[in-house]
Design a protein around this ligand. Structure first.
Ligand SMILES: Nc1ncnc2c1ncn2[C@@H]1O[C@H](COP(=O)(O)OP(=O)(O)OP(=O)(O)O)[C@@H](O)[C@H]1O
Ligand code: SF4
Ligand SMILES: [Mg+2]
Length: 382
């Protein structure tokens, strides 16, 4: 079988997860793209009868995404609404096929899997959704919501289901005596714990958490994030943690992948993203975060609207909003390039040697993006 080369965006994310763990790459994505065709509405079809020549529009939800996931790491996936985070999560979890590109699980191409191998992938990657109420069958008791799939897949005998579910409920902080209740009899945070127990029941290696705490109150969010961290330690889990909130992702992740309009624009260890973000979009996301810094309490939204994925801008898709944009940016798509071990960014500014720091990684302070007067300059850290 053809070996898949490392992605430029890959890094040994956790200090200590180094070259030795390259062998434990759990998941690899190469050139993953997803297009959604939006059929013509009735007026478009009627106009076509008169010879208008309207065509179905195509949403470019993902465009050439490369990503390596090492066993045991937590990768945060961040970006504004509509940038393709959920589409990426669904492709990783096997819920939706890519339009192009390759997905490898435990070194094997998912597209060619069948039989036991396919089953191992389907059980090994589970997904937790934003809205626990919508993702739990309201007519099923919690005992069955959590326990049905592991029995069907032969992970536990039917006779052992109740004990198995009770153990899982305890692990996620639910009273096992509530197993005969229905989802509507639980609070939002408890329902998300049921969703987590349901995913854990299949003994996954990787869990895709899609905005898994976004629908919860802030205090409950912290409890559920702590639960994710505990379960990671207890089971050696790997997470793809999707969120539009860089702050939430920062609490849990080893590595953060920043997406913009279907592409990965920066990938770096979490501390690097917060202290030395390279890409102007990452800098702008950080500038948006609320801060306790006495010198800066103002809120700095990213300039301009997110362009439509129906017709992404040419060149760097961030160029209409980028305070550093130069003529080249409107013509040429910047490729993801390694700036330092584990730190990749896709920005033409990195090609200009005079603007690089000695480490080869252009640093920037978190407020620089909206303050620059020199369009070719990324500010060094203060
Ligand atoms: N089934 C679909 N049919 C058509 N377009 C779709 C479909 N699913 C997603 N899209 C489009 O693909 C793009 C990416 O959507 P996606 O849901 O992955 O974004 P997201 O980053 O998860 O956004 P959010 O933060 O709002 O959840 C969006 O423009 C969306 O409208
Ligand atoms: S400087 Fe150019 S390439 Fe870099 S983010 Fe801005 S527009 Fe994109
Ligand atoms: Mg989403």
């Amino acid at each position: 079988m053809k070996a898949i080369p490392p992605s430029p965006g890959h890094l040994p994310a956790t200090p200590g997860l180094s070259r030795a763990s390259a062998a434990s790459r759990l998941l690899q994505l190469r050139g993953i793209s997803k297009r959604f065709e939006q059929p013509l509405d009735i007026s478009g079809r009627l106009a076509n009868l008169l010879g208008a020549g309207n065509r179905a529009s195509v949403v470019h939800a993902l465009d050439g995404v490369d990503l390596d996931v090492t066993a045991g790491e937590v990768i945060g996936v961040v970006g504004e609404s509509g940038c393709g985070k959920s589409t990426l999560g669904r492709i990783v979890a096997g819920i939706s096929p890519p339009s192009a590109g390759e997905l490898h699980y435990e070194g094997r191409p998912v597209a060619g899997m069948s039989g036991a191998e396919r089953r191992a992938y389907e059980l090994g990657v589970q997904m937790i959704f934003q809205n626990p109420m919508a993702s739990l069958n309201p007519r099923m008791r919690v005992l069955d919501i959590i326990g049905e799939a592991p029995v069907v897949h032969g992970l536990v005998p039917a006779a052992g289901k109740a004990d198995y579910v009770a153990g899982l409920m305890q692990q996620v902080g639910l009273d096992p005596d509530y197993g005969r209740r229905y989802p509507h009899q639980f609070s939002g945070g408890q329902r998300q714990r049921i969703g987590i127990a349901r995913a854990l029941a299949l003994k996954p290696r990787l869990i895709v958490c899609d905005e898994a705490v976004a629908a919860l109150d802030v205090s409950i969010q912290a409890q559920v994030l702590n639960l994710f961290a505990e379960l990671r330690r207890a089971h050696g889990l790997t997470y793809l943690f999707i969120s539009h909130n860089l702050g939430v992702v920062g609490h849990l992740s080893d590595r953060v992948v920043i997406m913009y309009l279907g592409r990965v624009v920066e990938s770096a260890p979490v501390d690097v993203v917060f202290s030395r973000p390279n890409h102007p979009y990452t800098q702008a996301l950080l500038a948006e975060l609320p801060t306790l810094d006495a010198e800066r309490r103002d809120y700095r939204p990213i300039q301009g609207e997110l362009p439509s994925p129906l017709s992404p801008p040419p060149g760097c898709s961030f160029h209409p909003r980028c305070p550093h944009a130069m003529p080249r940016c409107a013509q040429e798509i910047p490729m993801l390039a390694l700036l330092a071990p584990g730190h990749a960014s896709a920005c033409h500014l990195n090609d200009a040697p005079t603007h690089r720091s000695p480490a080869g990684c252009a640093g920037a302070d978190r407020t620089a993006a909206n303050e620059s007067t020199d369009p070719h300059r990324i500010h060094p850290p203060k």
